[in-house]
Design a protein around this ligand. Sequence first.
Ligand code: PMM
Length: 271
Amino acid sequence: MTILGLPNDRMIVMGILNVTPDSFADGGRFNSTELAVNRALQMISEGVDIIDIGGESTRPGAARVSADEEQSRVLPVIEKLGASGAIISIDTKQASTAKAAIEAGAQIVNDVSAGLADDEMLRTVALLGCPYIAMHSRGNSQEMVSLAVYRDVVSEVVTELNARVEEALASGIARDHLIIDPGLGFAKEAEHNWEILRNLAELKKIGLPVLIGASRKRFLGSAINAQSPDDREEASVALTALIAGQGMWGVRVHSVKPHRDAIAVARHMYE
Ligand code: PMM
């Protein structure tokens, strides 16, 4: 199955573009339309497959922004990138932002709440008829730290993702438009994330494309003792190389070329 004509013979690279003042790794770096568009064009030149544009930080404890504020951050960037031909996903929990972004030229909705944050989201995506990334999480950004309690994190994440998939299907989203994501770092302690990464085969069994977002996240610091997100870049690339042979659909990352290279090396090694 290919989504929007994207390659299915290698893991695809989704480049992160947070047009926010407060995202954990790149907050404040690209929070003007011009800076964001330039960053997107740079990612395109490095071979990015999808540009994931977000206007609200999802880090634990982050303040919510209104739909109007979120849209004023992302829509000008999406509109300006229209001519580039890039595939754009909109990273939002809000149905009205998803709709406005798709109408402005984005092609994929990436929802870190898998429809739980906004009752209108799944129906809206069904009507838009676009691919939808359903990510596992629990609670909102204020609550998620206290909800990181699991008896068996892998089976619970699989069960909870399956429930979101069923709800998405019941709302009218086509099965071949669904992508799932275990939501590393969302309502998960470091060891929960590692346990999920050791058991990617269980996620694959759901039978949908799987996206992995580990780039520069704090749990990587538990392996290398790096406090700053930038210092976790090499560890992020190492992880991409390690999972590239495991049938994942894509990785969501901050830097494009290093991850494209890691995927190419892994292909050479294993194929
Ligand atoms: N992580 C973040 C935001 N959006 N979307 C998906 N599908 N998967 C993720 O892991 C994910 C996401 C948080 O990271 P950021 O602040 O660097 O965007």
